[in-house]
Design a protein around this ligand. Sequence first.
Ligand code: IMP
Ligand code: MG
Length: 180
Amino acid sequence: MYNDIAYILIDKERLQNRVRELGRQLAAEYEGKNPLMVCILKGSIVFYADLIREMNIPLEVETMTASSYGAATVSSGVVNVVSKLDSKIIGRHVVLVEDIVDSGRTLAFIKSDMSNKGVLSLKVCSLLDKPSRRVADLVPDYAGFEVPDEFVVGYGLDYDQKYRNLPEIGVLKPEIYQSK
Ligand code: IMP
Ligand code: MG
C-alpha cells in the first residue's frame, strides 16, 4: 500500500492526540444529553471507533450510508443516502461523524434532510476539513485537521475502496488515479 502513497500527511501520534482532544471536547459538550453519534459509512468507521472511545459519557451509536464518489477523486454532486434514521433522531441531540468535508455537498444534503425531522440539535464532527474545495454552505462544528487540496487516503478514507486500513493519513500519488 505504501508504494502508492506520495507522503504521510498525518501520522498515528497526531491522529491519536487530536482524536482524544475532540472526544474530550464532545464529552464535555454532550454530558447528560445522551447524544446519538451517527457514523457516516464507510469513510468514518476508523475515526468513529476511536472517537467514541474517547468520550467518557453515555451515548448511543447509529450508522448511515452516504456515497457520492464511485471510483473518482472529484465528488459527483449526487448524494446517495441509503439508510434512513428518521424515527430514531426525533428528540435527540445528533452528531454526524464524517471522515472529510470536501465540497460539503454530502453533509449539506444530510443536514437539510434531517433538520426538519424533530432533532433537538444537529452538529457535524469531521476528522478532516478541505475548505479550499467547498461548494456548499457548510462549516463543520468540530474538525480534526485542515488539509490542503490533495487526495488523501487512510484511517478510513479510500480511493476506489482501497487504503482504508492504512493507520496514517497519506497523500495518494496522482498517477494512481490518473492512470485509471
Ligand atoms: P463532499 O460531499 O464533496 O464534501 O465529499 C465528501 C466525501 O467525499 C467524503 O465523505 C469522502 O468519502 C469523499 N472524499 C472527499 N475528499 C476525499 C479525499 O481527499 N480522499 C478520500 N475521500 C474523499
Ligand atoms: Mg465519506
